[in-house]
Structure formats: structure tokens, C-alpha cells
Design a protein around this ligand. Sequence first.
Ligand code: GLY
Length: 351
Amino acid sequence: MNSISVIADRDYQVVIDIDWLRGIEPYLVNRGQIAVIVSENMRDRIANLPSTDAQIHIFTVPDSEAGKSFATYQKVLDWLGAAGFTRNDLIVAVGGGAVTDLSGFVASSWLRGIEWVAVPTTLAAMVDAAVGGKTGINSEYGKNLIGSFYSPISVLVDLSWLSTLSDRDFAAGLAEVIKCGFIVDTQIVELLKDRNLLEVRSDRDLTLELITRSIAVKAKVVSGDFKESFDREILNYGHTLGHAIELHSKYALRHGECVSIGLVFAANLANESGILADQATDLHKKILSNLGLPTSYEGRHWPELRANMAIDKKSRSGTLRFVAISELGRTLRIEAPSESDLLAAYERLCS
Ligand code: GLY
């Protein structure tokens, strides 16, 4: 077990490789009520919660982007209201990124903020969504457009949840891991570049190292720029087109799958702009496809994706801005790329 600190609106630890049922115990003390917000498919796995004097309520929510909606948000607030939740009470979020995003947003807005603990159950949530205090729900205009920066009091990363994931979901989480390698920790690229999904999945020590390194990247970046005034944007490498595809696919594709396509696009764009060498550009596609992740999308959708990208949170007054790399581990921004570079980068995805 080890811990990584995040310094943000509140300082907290991400505890890695812990039995979450033991890790949660100290947070249950001196509470009147505890709401465990759990994804529907994990409901049966939280039967053995530690004993506590507090009244425990279990609320199940969909663990999907489509479920990260106003309707679900309102339902959870109504549950808290009916139960009479006070500022001394606690929310425990057990699930993938959709559940931790939603629960954190509920925690930030109920009574203007009550404490919450994140227990991520997917690889994507462990290395990304549950760490860093971005909480929120989706709008019909885009992903995560409604939300807040509101940190949990702790994140408990229990690797035993990984056995519940399909290969597809495990691979989707690896897209965020390799992103951390491309932008900051090049050792992650070294560890992944000659491995396939099965080789990673079946190697617990490697998985633990990848998770720890990715969380360390995220914690360091978030601690330096919690509210994303600039530096934190690097965590969105691959996400500008990724979010546009996610919205376009109506969330049929996993977030990590869309990020995977977006990473290849961002590398292509940097290459088209003369910033990134061919070898590093090709490495994006090679690593991601070895891990079983998609690296292409249908060409005819470009006009809709181009329109979706305009609402990205990095865009300013209609000008597109992309996180890019000039070499592995070195980030920069591409401001207002030409339409021909954008199209060329996209067309390379479709071949
Ligand atoms: N997922 C990107 C961030 O937390 O900033």
C-alpha cells in the first residue's frame, strides 16, 4: 500500500493498493448518516460494509455517461433530502468515473458541500476520474459541461475491483494511463510499448506500477493547477476530439476508447503542424492498437465532430486549442490550427 498526496481545495491522500472496506472505516466514525452511491452492477459487492453507528443508505445509479444526467442528479438529491442529510454526513461513491463524477457533484452541491470519499472500481476512474476533484454531469451540449471542482476527503484504490472489468473496460482505462506517459512520465511509454492487453492485465506488479505512476502524474499536475487555469489542461491530451466523438457516438464508445482515437488525432495534428516527429506520431497508434484500443473513426462525421469540438472547455471565443506534444513528455498547445491541418490529421485516422 502507498499513498500519494493531492494539494487542492482540500489536501487528501490517494491510497493505492488498499482493501477499501478497511480503508473506509475511519471515515465512518462520528457520522449520523452515510450515503453509499454505488453503480447498479456493483450493488451485490458491497454487502460487507464495516459496522458503524451511522445509518447507512445505499443508492444505486447507472454507471454510464448516459446516466450522468440531470435526472439522476436530481434523484440522488431527492434521496438525500428525504433522508435528511446534514453537513456532518458522508457520501461514499463506489463505481466507475460516471459514479464518482456524479457523486462528487452531489456532494459539492448538497448544503453547499458535504464530505465524500471516492472508491473507484474501474481502471479509468482509479487513474483519472476519481482523482483531482473534477465533478459533474453531462449536458445535451457536451460532456461534463455542468460541474464543480470539489475534492473528496480520500480516494481508496483497491485493485481487487479490476477483476470485475471486461477486457474492453480495462483497455479503456489504459488509454488514460498511456496519456500520462505521453505527456509526463515517459517510463509509462517504455513499460507499455511492447506489450499487449493480456500481458498488462495478467501482470499485477506491472498494473500496480502503471496505476501508481499515472496517479502520481495526475496528483502533481492537479496540485499545481487545481482549477485548470492552464497547466492542468495537459491532462486533456487527446480529449478535444475524444469528447467530440463521445458526444457524437451518444456515449456508445467508452471514454477511454474516444480518448485513444483523440490521442492519435492529436499526434497527427502535431505532426501535420511540423511539431512532432514521425516516429513518435506512429508510436501513438502502435501502442494504443496493441492494447486493443480503437485508433480510427468514420470519415464522413468530420463536420459534426468539428462542430462538437468548438464547445470544448479549452476553446476560447470560437478558437480551437489543442494540447499537443513536441516529443514524449514535453507538452505545448496548438492554437487555432488551420482547417487543412485539422482535416488532414482527421483523414489519417480514417485510413
Ligand atoms: N481528466 C482531466 C482532468 O482531470 O483534468
